[in-house]
Ligand binder design. Structure first.
Ligand code: UFG
Length: 325
């Protein structure tokens, strides 16, 4: 049985990953400092509490467990926060990952699937971004993830580490069975904020900027369902079984939605009138981010199953109406 270490498995995407791995017959160990994750989200394997910045804790973990592969979701991931506090991002996302890579190397663990991000690209120069687009991040969050991708390239050459950096666009939605979902404090992401507002919770909904050069002036994003992300990780892990090197794949739906279109879709799904106020642009936000994920489709055989916005929002709404944590 393949034993997979899921770093950050108590968080939003990591918990969905743990469920998908268990469904696929893998053994799961979650390593998480619970700073943003939830103990109650760890339902498909043991939880080892710890921090990637605590290298001794990592060494103990790898001495007592024999992992076949690692999936790494631990990160600070808010663009605006990264602009305000870049050191925190470089420490957690870069130094923490370096510790993990070093310990994996000494333990002889040779496969890693890494959560990267569309934020590595910066401002797009083409309508859709494929992996050959230049990488010029405009915020420290994207820069921190790109630094890790560079380390993975070097580690492939020097130590034979096999890795797949999966560049997610906007992760969205929740487990359709309602076991797990998105729950951040404070919540900064658009879809959960819209849904919390529809439930009469949270602070007033704000739309950050309506003067972008887009069809209605608000930012365009490519929302991809969290279960489709998890499915791509499983495929990437299998790909590494017979492919050496450091690989990169975009993961997005290929369709862009403006902030206003997301709010409109949420009105239809929830049947609630959703009001908002206009606010200034948020620091670090690129105007448009839409994926070309052809490589993941062709090389990994990835077939996203949630293809439209209402279907994604439906699963998130199901969770927000009845969150378990
Ligand atoms: N937005 C609002 N109001 C809100 C929240 C967000 O108008 O209450 C807007 C943002 O300004 C942005 C869009 O909605 O234009 C999406 O914002 P999110 O915060 O939901 O997501 P981001 O695009 O900022 O970030 C996500 C991931 C990052 C990833 C990034 C790629 O969280 O990890 O996509 O750009 F890097």
């Amino acid at each position: 049985m393949t034993h997979v270490l899921v770093c950050g498995g108590a968080g939003y995407i990591g918990a969905h990953m743990a469920k998908a791995l268990a469904r696929a017959g893998c053994k799961v160990t979650v390593f998480d400092n619970l700073s943003t994750g939830h103990r109650a989200a760890v339902q498909w394997g043991e939880l080892v509490e710890g921090d990637l910045l605590d290298k001794e804790a990592l060494e103990r973990l790898f001495k007592t467990h024999r992992f076949d592969a690692v999936m790494h979701f631990c990160a600070l991931s808010q663009v605006a926060e990264s602009v305000r506090d870049p050191y925190a991002y470089y420490r957690n996302n870069v130094v923490g990952t370096l510790n993990l890579l070093d310990v994996m190397h000494h333990a002889g663990v040779k496969q890693l699937v890494f959560s990267s991000t569309a934020a590595v690209y910066g401002v797009p120069t083409t309508d859709k971004l494929d992996e050959s687009h230049s990488t010029l991040p405009i915020n420290p969050y994207g820069a921190s993830k790109l630094m890790v991708e560079t380390m993975l390239e070097d580690a492939a050459k020097a130590y034979g580490l096999r890795s797949a950096a999966l560049r997610y666009f906007n992760a969205a939605g929740a487990d359709p069975e309602g076991d797990i979902g998105e729950s951040h404090t404070p919540e900064t992401h658009l879809i959960p904020n819209v849904l919390l507002h529809a439930l009469g919770m949270g602070e007033g909904l704000k739309v950050f900027g309506d003067d972008y050069a887009t069809r209605d002036g608000t930012c365009v994003r490519d929302y991809v369902h969290v279960n489709d992300l998890a499915a791509a990780h499983l495929l990437a892990m299998r790909h590494l079984d017979d492919h050496e090197g450091a690989h990169r794949f975009n993961l997005g739906s290929g369709s862009g939605y403006t902030v206003m279109e997301v709010i409109e879709a949420a009105r239809k799904v929830t049947g609630k009138s959703i009001s908002f106020s206009l606010a200034p642009r948020r620091a670090g936000d690129p105007p448009v981010l839409v994926a070309d994920s052809k490589r993941a489709v062709e090389v990994l055989g990835w077939r996203p199953s949630f293809v439209d916005m209402p279907a994604i929002i439906e699963t998130a709404w199901h969770w927000h109406c009845k969150p378990r944590y």
